[in-house]
Design a protein around this ligand. Structure first.
Ligand code: DGL
Length: 265
């Protein structure tokens, strides 16, 4: 089975890692829209346009399943992606919302995701009496995308983002942007031990595993990193270095152009 996934940059690595752990007989096509990162401060119109281009590109990639590894696009353009692609689509927000047990939940996410209240709405759909507080974290993605992220700087910023959530006595904290699990150790240090960290990629990969297992005989087995491909919309060398840092692989990274003239940049 071959799955497609995308993100604005290295955030999708956190989803990729969980998925290849649970579904080792799969291969993938990973697209990082590095030319347009960050997504999290773009308007809903811009994200919709990007989602349209990305799904058109994936429609020609011969994939069996699609994973929306970017929460911002998930929050704004999930229906568009589902309508454009002819394969099952797995998303982060519903996957995470469906497993929430706690009654006081915090969400860290990009400003564009927070604006939609997608996490709050989905969680309330499953558990109507839950208290949900969302916090926008505009500084995280640019800091995490640096080749050598500065932990002290990120910690200082994180303290400010976490303060209002801790004041509200949250019992769990959803990492509502796929970049954030890359700083899990740092966040764990800042959180009281009774606050559970939730990485939506875990719930997504469990759902995907059930699907893969149910279809196994229909798909040829592939070893994930052998048959897999990485694409970016700018600076393949830099992305290759990031892949080595976070995934411990040094893949061939191909440059693609998604944009038609006059589109979002
Ligand atoms: N990692 C993506 C997300 O989950 C996009 C972050 C960004 O580019 O701002 O929202």
């Amino acid at each position: 089975m071959r799955f497609g996934l995308f993100d604005s940059g290295v955030g999708g690595f956190t989803v990729l890692k969980k998925v290849v752990e649970l579904c080792p007989d799969t291969s993938f096509v990973y697209l990082a829209d590095t030319a347009r990162i960050p997504y999290g401060v773009k308007t809903a119109y811009e994200i919709t346009q990007i989602a349209e281009e990305i799904s058109s590109w994936f429609a020609n990639q011969n994939i069996d399943v699609f994973l929306v590894a970017c929460n911002t696009t998930n929050a704004i353009a999930l229906d568009l992606i589902k309508n454009k692609l002819n394969v099952p689509v797995f998303d982060l927000i519903e996957s995470a919302a469906s497993i929430i047990q706690e009654s006081r939940v915090g969400v860290l996410a990009t400003p564009s995701t927070v604006k939609t209240k997608a996490y709050t709405n989905k969680i309330l759909g499953f558990k109507p009496n839950t208290f949900v507080i969302e916090q926008a974290c505009p500084d995280f993605v640019p800091m995490i995308e640096m080749i050598k992220p500065n932990s002290d700087l990120i910690s200082n910023v994180a303290i400010g983002y976490l303060r209002p959530l801790l004041k509200q006595k949250i019992e769990s904290l959803i990492l509502g942007c796929s970049h954030y699990p890359l700083i899990t150790p740092l966040l764990t240090d800042l959180l009281p031990s009774n606050v559970k960290l939730i990485d939506p990629a875990e719930a997504l990969s469990l759902k995907l595993k059930l699907f893969v297992d149910s279809k196994k005989s229909n798909f040829a087995k592939k070893k994930h990193f052998d048959n897999s491909k990485f694409y970016v919309t700018s600076d393949p060398e830099n992305f290759s270095i990031s892949a080595k840092h976070w995934l411990k692989v040094f893949p061939e990274v191909n440059l693609v152009s998604l944009q038609k003239k006059g589109c979002v940049s």
